[in-house]
Design a protein around this ligand. Structure first.
Ligand code: ASP
Length: 328
């Protein structure tokens, strides 16, 4: 009898200790963000420029970390991180959006809630200060998913989003890069832009958001992958949350972010295997340049690209974190 009691007691202590160590190892929250991928090579960036980018990426990361560590939701973290990056002129989104062929700024953004597969997106907007918040309003306050142009602005304004004069989006940097491309239209836009964020919160909810000015010199109302759910932005609590950056036409045709999720869901691949297959195999083969950031339901993070660089950062509740620009 004594032996039996002793055995039960030992088992009880062991299972408590096991559970405690498992919960210590469990990732409670995780976040990754990007500021665009492309031909980003060390020789094109001075020390000051690198520091400026790293500083902004770190600031954005801190915003997301504070929200998630404080018990905030994935959606709030994604929206606030992207708002910060949209307000920063260094990135091709919001304030720093690139110019179209006609010298205008036409911005796209999307947000997706992995809980319930809810989504909202706006495209081709030229007067909404923070398109990511407009996308969230579409998701939360309308019965639609995707609004475009003047209608999107009208709806966003009616919901209290900040509307600005189109001159707000003028930056010397974006204007010069349009002039350079116009002077030599065969010149491929070397550096892409776009900002994005993916998160897992303490409640097990995943979210993804992406915002962009698109591609310099775009024409005829061109819309990229960013606001297309399943192309540049996707989140599903059963699998992962993904935000992409790169040559949008390829990301639309290959439904990149949804493909990564479905490879996990139907084929049982890990996040890393799925992302590798899509970015380094399927896209690479056809010349689709770009990268993705993603987080799965366990908090595993992937930041991967088939270009020479991607502005990126990540952190999780275990204290692991990093910020980088070039391919290591
Ligand atoms: N994917 C964006 C677009 O095609 C551009 C980028 O990520 O740089 O609009």
């Amino acid at each position: 009898m004594k032996v039996k009691v002793l055995l039960i007691l030992t088992f009880f202590i062991w299972s408590c200790a096991d559970r405690a160590s498992k919960s210590e190892n469990k990732i409670e929250w995780a976040i990754a963000l990007h500021g665009g991928a492309g031909n980003i090579v060390p020789e094109d960036y001075s020390q000051d420029q690198r520091e400026a980018y790293l500083h902004e990426l770190n600031n954005a990361l801190d915003i997301g970390k504070n929200i998630l560590a404080g018990g905030g939701t994935s959606l709030d973290a994604v929206e606030q991180v992207i708002r910060y990056l949209e307000d920063c002129p260094l990135f091709n989104a919001g304030k720093g959006a690139v110019f179209t062929h006609d010298g205008r700024n036409e911005l796209d953004a999307a947000i997706m809630d992995g809980n319930g597969l809810r989504a909202g997106a706006v495209a081709g907007v030229g007067d909404i200060k923070n398109p990511i918040s407009a996308a969230r309003l579409v998701m939360d306050k309308s019965e639609h998913v995707f609004l475009v142009g003047k209608g999107a602005s009208k709806f966003a304004a009616s919901q209290g989003a900040e509307i600005v004069d189109s001159s707000y989006f003028f930056t010397e940097k974006s204007w010069k890069s349009l002039q350079k491309v116009l002077a030599n239209e065969t010149l491929k836009n070397k550096k892409m832009g776009t900002v994005g964020c993916v998160t897992l919160d303490k409640y097990g909810d995943l979210a993804a958001g992406t915002s962009t000015g698109g591609m310099t010199n775009k024409r005829y109302g061109r819309i990229g992958d960013v606001p297309v759910i399943g192309a540049g932005t996707y989140a599903n609590n059963n699998t992962c949350a993904v935000s992409a950056t790169g040559h949008g036409e390829f990301f639309i045709r290959f439904t990149v972010s949804h493909d990564i999720s479905t490879l996990m869901e139907y084929k049982g691949l890990s996040l890393e295997q799925s992302a590798d297959l899509v970015i380094h195999n399927k896209l690479e083969k056809v010349g689709g340049k770009g990268g993705i950031i993603a987080v799965d339901k366990f908090g595993n993070i992937i930041l991967t690209m088939n270009t020479s660089g991607m502005f990126r950062a990540f952190a999780n509740s275990k204290g692991e974190q990093g910020v980088s620009i070039f391919k290591e």
